[in-house]
Design a protein around this ligand. Structure first.
Ligand code: ATP
Length: 267
């Protein structure tokens, strides 16, 4: 399953500070990190073992980034289980693959298991159609494992579409918490611009983060990163020594956030 790309071990460099916004999720993860790094004392104190978190929301708004930053924060290896490819192969093999993936995660534990596109595993449950039985069994297996797991495997499940998730998965007790990640607010966009400019050493006093944030309503974190990258590249090819605010604004004027592009496609 490692060779097939269903399960891979990732090396991560992302840090919690690389995430702009997500003001509830970040402190929650910091709390879990304290619990995990002092586990014997926490358990003796009566703290429940952390199970994991579900992060649902818009594409490009930081779900994958959070999964990676969490593993780095917890100082644990990160295994990524790609549900899209697990289900995309022969249906009959998906059950065995799921079991094997979980076995690997337990063998590697303590670790973080990031289950990407978790909704893909449960498509067609109860529909009676082809694959419905397999999906139902997979679902049952996954739920039982989540409920009863004894090994230290912290699960981060990410999904784009909450309506595709069976309600049982969202019931308390499976995950410690569910977070919904939406498009960033203006204040969050200020932070995201800052993160991406600082990371590239291109933040200067002349740059008006608030103005950039005002002009980028509807942009995701990924859209903002794209603006920063494009502006830096333009400044470079035009031999400018610095990146100025006007250039960033010009790039914003000439681009559209992914959400608008997607709307146009649907029409
Ligand atoms: P998808 O559902 O398409 O996989 P996602 O929510 O997992 O999307 P990410 O892969 O985390 O999105 O985001 C893509 C890139 O956009 C990130 O690597 C990061 O550079 C940037 N980005 C997204 N959200 C944020 C954020 N909140 N703060 C800083 N950067 C962000």
């Amino acid at each position: 399953i490692k060779k097939s790309g269903i399960l891979e071990m990732l090396t991560v460099r992302e840090k919690l500070e690389d995430i702009g916004g997500l003001g509830k999720l970040k402190p929650w993860l910091q709390q879990k990190s304290l619990v995990l790094s002092n586990w014997p004392e926490a358990r003796a104190f009566g703290v429940e073992p952390p199970k994991g978190v579900m992060i649902v929301g818009m594409p490009g708004c930081g779900k994958s980034l959070t999964a990676k930053a969490t593993a780095a924060l917890f100082n644990l290896p990160l295994l990524k289980l790609d549900m899209g490819s697990l289900m995309g192969k022969y249906v009959g093999e998906s059950e065995g693959n799921m079991r094997r993936a979980i076995q690997v995660a337990e063998a590697v534990s303590p670790c973080v298991l990031w289950v990407d596109e978790v909704e893909k595993a449960f498509v067609g449950i109860g529909s009676g159609g082809e694959g419905s039985e397999v999906a139902t069994r997979l679902f049952g297996y996954f739920l039982t494992w989540m409920q009863d797991k004894t090994k230290q495997v912290f699960v981060i499940a990410t999904a784009n579409d909450i309506s595709a998730l069976p309600p049982e998965l969202l019931r308390k007790g499976r995950f410690d918490e569910i977070f919904y990640v939406d498009f960033p607010t203006e204040t969050e966009r200020v932070e995201i611009f800052r993160v991406h400019l600082e990371r590239r050493n291109r933040l200067s006093a002349q740059i008006q983060l608030e103005e950039l944030a005002q002009k980028t309503q509807g942009y995701s974190g990924a859209d903002i990163e794209a603006v920063v990258k494009e502006a830096i590249e333009k400044a470079f090819v035009q031999n400018c020594a610095t990146l100025d605010n006007a250039r960033l604004l010009r790039v914003i004027n000439n681009t559209h956030p992914l959400r608008e592009v997607m709307k146009k496609k649907v029409q």
